[in-house]
Design a protein around this ligand. Structure first.
Ligand SMILES: NC(=O)c1ccc[n+]([C@@H]2O[C@H](COP(=O)([O-])OP(=O)(O)OC[C@H]3O[C@@H](n4cnc5c(N)ncnc54)[C@H](O)[C@@H]3O)[C@@H](O)[C@H]2O)c1
Ligand SMILES: O=C(O)CC[C@@H](O)C(=O)O
Length: 393
């Protein structure tokens, strides 16, 4: 009986996902030591001393900016995420955010909270007070979407169904994402173009060097007066100081965000939510199930689906003896791998090799058991980052 896989869990992860890792072959929990894999949501792994035995990381969500992806790539460790699994939850909260801003729902609710329930003139006070909260309708307004991936495209679709005009910007859009966009979405030339034209601007980009402070003092100066900025992306994508200044100048009408940083808290025109975008039972379950399945397929068979730093690689088992190799995407790796195997008298039954950027990944099924000395020889090849032997009982 092989040792069970050990999975360290850093956040509250849906039980439906954890159940996908059966207890006869997995030890899963928050106290697990010497883990083979780590499952998490938003925990910050940058300062963590990631144990050497970690072979995979599973992010039950979309963003991976809380994980040292480059350092994991250098160790040949895939970082899995759950593309699209929480997109509907975020889309619905963006719609709620637009409505909260357009209809002044936060101050209206505060007004009602302060009414005296025992007052004889309660109804009169309600009718007198409501004029302060008259708002605008979404239909006919222009929504600018920056980032047209899984969330951005769902927001575009919903906004069009609500009668809004939609302008989108995404310089890195994939062919699949472009296909899933409604035909009515107009293409913007850049962030400035979106800010100049939109009454509502919503951000759906990952936090990267290129997107840090994507919305800043310079481009906020172009915004339409009273525009609503929505940030359900990441705190660092928006320069909070610049937003506060724009709100105080009344250039921006509202800032709706999912990241209540200390600078923006309690501003009258900020609606800040406690990172609730993906917090629905459905999204939490979707993310956890998707990532746990991907992690299991990798740990047991070496297959990779939806890793942000590896190509997708999957091969049906054609033998009980499989070797998985992560290596730098440089010439002659396959030659050296097959030579090391041939020298040990191993016959390669099937092999698949794919690359993505600097990373390549190879699965090899051989016809007979692989000795420790072969695994050691493979590990010694320059450019090889990680080697795993995955025999089946
Ligand atoms: N608030 C939450 O709880 C919550 C939940 C899910 C995701 N998110 C955040 O939202 C982000 C997007 O999620 P997604 O599922 O749509 O991811 P996605 O990968 O499907 O889409 C991201 C899109 O951004 C585009 N992009 C990259 N750089 C850009 C740039 N400079 N300008 C414009 N577009 C750019 C990409 O091409 C891609 O199409 C995540 O990375 C995460 O940070 C937050
Ligand atoms: O796990 C969460 O609650 C947030 C996830 C979200 O930020 C994401 O990037 O998917």
């Amino acid at each position: 009986m092989p040792d069970p896989f050990r999975v360290l869990v850093l956040n509250q992860v849906s039980a439906s996902g954890l159940k996908r890792l059966p207890s006869d072959t997995y030890v899963v929990g928050k106290e697990v030591t010497d883990p083979d894999a780590v499952l998490l949501r938003s925990a910050d792994m940058h300062a963590m001393d990631i144990p050497p035995g970690v072979k995979a990381i599973g992010r039950c969500g979309a963003g991976t900016n809380n994980i040292p992806v480059a350092a994991m790539s250098a160790r040949g460790v895939p970082v899995f995420n759950a593309p699209g699994a929480n997109a509907n939850a975020v889309k619905e909260l963006v719609l709620a955010g637009m409505l909260m801003a357009a209809r002044n729902l936060a101050p209206a609710q505060r007004f009602v909270d302060l009414l005296d329930p025992g007052a004889a003139d309660l109804e009169k006070a309600v009718e007198a007070g409501k004029k302060d909260f008259a708002g605008t309708e979404l239909a006919g307004q222009t929504l600018g979407i920056i980032g047209l991936g899984k969330i951005g495209s769902l927001v575009a679709d919903a906004a069009i169904k609500l009668g809004m005009n939609v302008l989108g910007y995404d310089p890195e859009i994939t062919v699949d994402a472009a296909w899933s966009l409604p035909a009515q979405v107009k293409k913007a030339a850049g962030v400035n173009d979106v800010l100049k034209s939109a009454n509502f601007i919503t951000l759906h980009v990952p936090l990267l060097d290129a997107t840090r402070n994507l919305v800043n003092a310079k481009n906020l100066a172009l915004a339409k007066q009273g525009a609503v900025l929505l940030n359900f992306s990441r705190e660092g994508v928006v320069d909070d100081e610049a937003v506060l200044a724009a709100l105080d100048r009344k250039d921006l009408g509202w800032y709706v965000c999912d990241f209540p940083g200390s600078r923006i808290l309690r501003h009258a025109r900020v609606i800040a939510l406690p990172h609730l975008g993906a917090s629905t039972h459905e999204a939490e379950e979707n993310c956890a199930v998707m990532v746990a399945d991907q992690l299991r397929d990798f740990l047991e068979h070496g297959n990779i689906a939806n890793a942000v730093n590896f190509p997708n690689v999957s091969m049906e088992r054609e033998s009980r003896f499989r070797v998985a190799i992560a290596n730098a995407n440089v010439p002659n790796m396959l030659g050296q791998i097959s030579t090391a195997m041939a020298r040990a008298g191993l016959n390669i039954h099937t092999m698949v090799n794919k690359s993505r950027g600097d990373m390549a990944y190879t699965l090899v099924d051989v016809d007979s058991p692989v000795g420790e000395e072969v695994i050691a020889a493979l590990k010694r090849i320059g450019g090889v980052l990680a080697v795993r032997y995955l025999p089946q009982p």
